[in-house]
Write a protein that binds this ligand. Structure first.
Ligand code: NAP
Length: 309
């Protein structure tokens, strides 16, 4: 079995070593190493450049290092017949659950105002309604979104979720499809975007959506920067329609140093850390999925052909 590995940053050699240990029968090549491209069976990738995957003529499968596959599907020359496996190791869920819970609670308990009051040495007691009077809306009830919805409901929040297909989740009001979107938004005091990036969801966090939220709602985006129309959020913040935003993902990452989000008093910027894949656990999951694929076994992480996320 031959694998080509395309990862960014300085961890490429580490990944090669890790996957070689886990898949002792495989030969693992880094993208810049000498290899016979026709012998490559699997490509394990993060943000491959457009046209690169097509150069491996006998590829059996593409493996995304991460839960999203938008970084693969955006390649206009992608061999579309190839199966794609995403990586959804359990630690991704745990980290996302921690992040979303932390930031929903921060907005719910108006922590930014408490911190500002402390800076002014002001004893400011803010009494907020209890969680069951706060309506949280989760856009996307997939692997990560459903887990966060269940966690927030367990804390006591009044939680709703929105997805493409109908769902039944204990203590979560589930909305499905375009026809229900506005009703879902109208009951989202804190809106969390956990959608995949697809042609349908790109730019979904826009002026029209903000107008449909309750006045003074808050927004958390942990999905992709391209879901958000930046100018529309800034305008909604400036007129008080949206009272605060927590943003973990951006159109350009790192967020450019002169971007308005950095200084905005009602925006919290975090550097795409909501749920980074743990390379050890992620590598184990990738190796397990490749072994299963090779043996023709069922793989939960296999993306249904044509679904687009
Ligand atoms: P997932 O399992 O693919 O779930 C996606 C959910 O979105 C599903 O419930 C799906 O509906 C729904 N959906 C898709 N298109 C829709 C549409 N047009 N309208 C309404 N609902 C739609 O994804 P996931 O693993 O939970 O991950 C979600 C996203 O989180 C990823 O794609 C990635 O962008 C982001 N992410 C961010 C970080 C970070 O560190 N910030 C880390 C990991 C992932 P159905 O259930 O009906 O299919």
């Amino acid at each position: 079995m031959n694998i080509v590995l395309k990862v960014g940053g300085g961890r490429a050699s580490w990944w090669k070593q890790h996957l070689s240990t886990l898949l002792s029968e495989a030969k693992v090549y880094l993208a810049n190493e000498e290899m016979n491209r026709d012998d490559i069976d699997y490509a394990v990738v993060w943000k491959p450049e457009p046209g690169w995957l097509r150069t491996f003529e006998n590829l059996k499968c593409i493996v995304s290092i991460g839960a999203g596959i938008d970084h693969v599907l955006c390649d206009p020359e992608l061999p579309v017949h190839l199966p794609i496996i995403r990586t959804t190791s359990p630690d991704l869920k745990v980290r996302m659950r921690e992040y979303v819970t932390l930031h929903v609670l921060r907005l719910h308990r108006r922590l930014p105002e408490i911190v500002a009051a402390q800076s002014a040495r002001e004893w400011r007691q803010i009494i907020e309604p209890p969680a069951h009077e706060r309506r949280v809306g989760i856009m996307g009830l997939g692997n990560l979104g459903a887990d966060c919805a269940v966690t927030l409901a367990a804390i006591g929040f009044d939680v709703a979720g929105w997805a493409r297909s109908e769902k039944t989740i204990d203590r979560v009001a589930c909305f499905a499809g375009e026809a229900t979107r506005n009703a879902f938004l109208a009951r989202s005091d804190i809106l969390v975007c956990m959608l995949p990036l697809t042609p349908e969801t790109e730019g979904i966090l826009n002026a029209d959506l903000f107008d449909r939220l309750p006045d003074g709602a808050a927004v958390i985006n942990v999905a992709r920067g391209q879901h958000l129309v930046n100018e529309d959020l800034l305008a909604a913040l400036d007129r008080g329609k949206v009272c605060g935003a927590t943003l973990d993902v951006f159109h350009v990452e790192p967020l450019p140093i002169d971007h308005a989000f950095w200084d905005h008093p009602n925006v919290l910027v975090t550097p795409h850390i909501a749920s980074l894949i743990d390379p050890i656990a992620g590598g184990e999951r990738i190796a397990e999925n490749i072994k299963k694929f090779d043996a023709g076994e069922l793989i939960a992480d296999l993306v249904p052909q044509g679904r687009g996320y």
